[in-house]
Design a binder for this molecule. Structure first.
Ligand code: FAD
Length: 354
């Protein structure tokens, strides 16, 4: 997380933690057919042993949100069109798949509620395929990297940390049976995340990323303020103390979540290959950090905006002046401390002030 300053929301650990949660509750997948539970365990071991990077897609194309997926006029959503001895065949589209450009495998999972009916069954699945599977295509949004920038230093974050989002097209993709985790099973899809208890794991990863981002923004705010000695002013000190407070609040929630961790209450796999702790306490602590703080000013979206605002106000005019040439970057590389150089942050003012 620190390597990306918390700017990669879907760094590879996100999906690996996600799937570890599933593997720790693998029996849930085997309620109607035990082989699906086994598939989850085997796939978990595979991604763990081979350090596989996953992208994922949960959401159907937004065609007519007033109707369920099986009652759309335009039948665009990905669905199972047939089964063969080798596996299931999937046709249609799914929306946003972040990190696809870096991924080895695509994990396709349910999200919204599905009717428990025969018509909805073709849309009720969970599986994984390699990103280079025959018939699989990603249509990526344009990169946020500025194509005409004189130097990567002009856009130090966006030039380095574009995760890439894409729409996914399945053109009769064959998914082998051993990579199928849910098969025509709306009941299993609905409430899957609660029953497997993976939300605390996901929230913990969010909170870890948010702490890295808060630390980065705090360091940036302090570096800016110190570089021009504006930290002598009381209102600037107030903003800087908020940066500390927000960062340390995130750290405290994360630590509490780890301190209170305990084995899962149900659905666990204590002797299996993915025994993990995820009690309700973890969920409450990290959820407080991620979104539920009682004070509106301390809620995550608000905190993030305030972190950015503090850095912008402390920087003001100097934020607009970057050395956009190769020479500027070379000079900056020699002059500025390693931490800020790594982040690509260059501030006007003497390096010693940082
Ligand atoms: C930058 C980015 C990256 C993403 N990366 C991924 C990814 O890697 N993998 C992935 O699977 N998804 C990803 N997503 C997609 C994300 O999961 C969805 O955008 C999100 O679930 C919302 O779904 P939607 O976009 O279809 O919005 P919709 O469901 O169409 O909702 C739009 C708005 O309509 C309202 N609304 C819709 N339905 C209802 C309802 N039933 N009741 C009340 N209000 C309703 C809500 O106000 C909602 O905010 C990403 C999204 C973004 C923006």
């Amino acid at each position: 997380m620190d390597a990306t300053c918390g700017m990669f929301g879907r760094s590879p650990d996100f999906m690996n933690i996600f799937f570890t949660g599933f593997a720790s509750a693998a029996d849930e997948f085997g309620k109607t057919d035990k082989r699906f539970a086994e598939n989850v365990r085997t796939y978990h071991a595979h991604i763990r042993e081979h350090d596989i990077c996953l992208t994922h897609t949960l959401v159907n194309p937004q065609v007519d949100r007033s109707r369920p997926v099986e009652k759309q006029d335009k039948d665009l959503a990905a669905k199972i069109v047939k089964e063969t001895d080798a596996g299931i065949v999937v046709r249609g589209a799914r929306m946003v798949s972040t990190l696809c450009a870096y991924a080895d495998d695509l994990l396709v999972l349910p999200s919204t509620y599905l009717a428990n009916s025969k018509e909805a069954e073709p849309y009720a699945f969970g599986f994984s395929v390699p990103v280079n599977a025959v018939g699989l295509r990603f249509i990526c949004r344009p990169s946020v990297v500025h194509q005409n920038a004189a130097s990567v230093m002009d856009f130090p974050l966006s030039a380095r940390f574009d995760e890439t989002d894409a729409m996914v097209i399945f053109d009769d993709v064959l998914v082998p049976w051993e990579r199928v985790f849910i098969h025509r099973d709306p009941e299993l899809c609905n409430g899957l995340y609660n029953r497997t208890g993976i939300m605390p794991q996901i929230m913990h990863q969010f909170a870890t990323k948010n702490l890295a981002k808060a630390e980065f923004m705090m360091g940036l705010g302090f570096a800016i303020a110190k570089s021009t000695n504006i930290d002598q002013h009381l209102h600037v000190l107030g903003m800087l103390s908020e940066l500390i407070q927000f960062t340390e609040f995130s750290r405290a929630c994360l630590r509490a979540s780890e301190g209170d961790a305990a084995p899962p209450l149900r659905g666990g796999d204590p002797g299996g290959n993915a025994a993990v702790d995820h009690p309700d306490d973890v969920s409450e602590n990290v959820r407080e950090d991620v979104r539920d703080h009682p004070a509106p000013r301390c809620r995550r979206p608000c905190r993030r905006a305030l972190l950015c605002r503090a850095c912008r106000i402390c920087g003001e005019g100097c934020c607009y002046v970057f050395p956009g040439s190769k020479r500027g970057c070379r000079d900056a590389d020699q002059t500025f401390p390693i931490g800020l150089r790594r982040c690509g942050i260059i501030l006007l003012g003497p390096a010693t002030a940082l």
